[in-house]
Write a protein that binds this ligand. Sequence first.
Ligand code: MN
Length: 285
Amino acid sequence: MKLCFFNNNRLGLVEANTVYDVSEALGQLPTSGYPYPQTDALITNLEQLTPEIIRLREGASSFPLNEVTLLSPVANPGKIVAAPVNYQAHLDEAIADPATFTRANVRKIQETGLFLKATSSLIGAGQQVVIGLPERRTDHEIELVAVIGKRAKNVSARDALSYVAGYSIGLDITIRGPEERSLRKSLDTYTVLGPWLVTADELSDPHALEMVLDINGEKRQHANTSDLIMDVAELIEFASQYYTLEPGDLLFTGTPEGVAPIVAGDRINARIDNIGQLSVEVLQS
Ligand code: MN
């Protein structure tokens, strides 16, 4: 299934160029009192809700895909875990670029570890990236994103993919400079997720996906997830040694080479095999 959120927080099932409104399924989510769980309720209950989503598709209102506003396909991730430099060619370009290289922040992922992006930075493909600090260099980063489906703590790489609910395309928008990644990458709108979530049953091998990013039609990044230094399964093993991963948590797997600045007026197009393509506008605040 391809699941999206659209317009006024409607839940959509995407088939070809049509979105079916299956929001009624959200009525079956268990209600919880305060304090609310720090997990995404839909992803937590996705398996149980799937038959209802499929049932509701018959007779559902439908909309052409290009007429809806796509929001983040995961509404309430408890955390956004991200991999720093995780493609060798991007490591090489980061070391070569004086704007990005400091001994402290450009090292192999095994030494740097992971970082968190603020959940307040999350938007969907139908929303806009708003450049928050125009005087700073701000770059695009296309990334494969795994959405965690089950609580994961100390899982082995061998079992790790069974903890994934699905995959999506992520943009890890980044200010270059010496500050902590969690600061530079967490401005409002600097985490784009979309265009939808492809459930893991439809994407059995996340390690052979071509990805392409262009700005206004000019190709900037073109790579394959087969070149990940630490692959999705290894990242989950690594992350779950530190964090307890919860349903709805997002795992940004790192960007390949070709990162470059974006400015207001740009349109970012990002495509990953077996997921789809998102297109997002860049504005100035
Ligand atoms: Mn990144």
